[in-house]
Design a protein around this ligand. Structure first.
Ligand code: SAM
Length: 285
């Protein structure tokens, strides 16, 4: 377990993942009924962008800092409404101005859930889980647990609320992580097929991503979306060229929001490439 998200917090991949997370949570909050959120690979919840680790890579400068810059220049245009909950949340965490604090997925769930909602944050790294407890564990609605997120997909589903979200955001440290992502998702889905699932994956080369999407298609998972942002040419598999999400049972408005959002993010965050891709793996029934 060498992966530490502090080196990558607020980068282009976090921007896409966390905007989508805010859209899903806001959708769930439209109904009075409580919702449940399971974050299987939670991280530490809050990141200090002035830390040595974040400064070393500076990835956030080409991610969240660029988006906030567009907002300040008034260049968000039609994207204002879609991005506002995410950007406002980041701004609220930095009341003295500037950009020092960046929210991880547990903090976003914390801020966009209500008194009646409940969340489980699972983190395996012994140091990170203690940090997560400090950052997001002081609220009785939010349960931080030192555990294996893959196991939680079986032990914590289905939730009593019967509506909610599962975020699966593994570190991709192992060679077989794409197959594992889909295979473990399928185990959770078998227990709870009506939940909204958001699965994160890196894009280094095209083939492995196509294979993972093929596995979902073959499994016949209806209502499954593939959303991708590519910021570098796919000429080497050694770097993070792009980022993607498989979203199962997305809110009905999300496809159209992504149709606007992805090209904007590609244009704003793209470097040697500026591409995006959105398709139904299997459309809704
Ligand atoms: N979801 C977080 C966010 O968006 O802010 C980022 C999570 S980071 C990409 C992946 C996290 O998974 C790391 O903090 C790592 O320690 C943790 N991790 C690795 N293997 C795990 C496992 N089997 N179960 C739970 N957490 C794990």
């Amino acid at each position: 377990m060498n992966y530490r998200h502090i080196y990558h917090a607020g980068n282009f991949a976090d921007c896409l993942k966390h905007i989508v997370l805010t859209r899903i949570l806001l959708h769930l909050g439209k109904k009075e009924k409580p919702f449940f959120a399971l974050d299987t690979h939670a991280g530490i919840g809050l990141y200090d962008l002035s830390s040595d680790e974040a400064q070393k890579t500076g990835e956030w400068q080409d991610g969240i800092a660029r988006l906030l810059g567009e907002k300040e220049k008034g260049l968000l245009g039609r994207l204002t409404g879609i991005c506002a909950p995410y950007l406002d949340l980041v701004t609220d965490l930095n009341p003295e101005g500037g950009l020092k604090c960046y929210p991880g997925s547990p903090k976003i769930i914390d801020r966009l859930s209500r008194a009646q909602d409940r969340a489980f944050f699972i983190e395996k790294h012994p140091v990170d889980v203690e940090q997560l407890k400090v950052n997001c564990g002081r609220d009785r609605r939010l349960h931080v647990r030192a555990d294996d997120g893959w196991v939680a997909l079986r032990s914590d589903l289905p939730p009593q609320e019967r509506r909610g979200l599962v975020l699966i955001d593994p570190p991709f440290e192992q060679a077989n992580e794409y197959e594992r992502l889909v295979a473990e998702f399928l185990k959770g889905y078998k227990r709870w097929s009506t939940g909204i699932y958001c699965l994160w994956y890196p894009i280094k080369a095209r083939r492995e991503v196509d294979q993972a999407a093929g596995m979902l298609k073959e499994a016949g998972i209806a209502n499954s979306l593939r959303a991708e942002l590519v910021i570098h040419k796919l000429d080497t598999a050694k770097r993070l060229n792009g980022t993607g999400l498989f979203i199962i049972n997305p809110p009905f408005t999300l496809h159209d929001e992504l149709k606007l959002l992805l090209p904007f993010l590609a244009q704003t965050l793209g470097q040697t490439a500026q591409r995006s891709h959105l398709e139904w793996i299997c459309p809704p029934d």
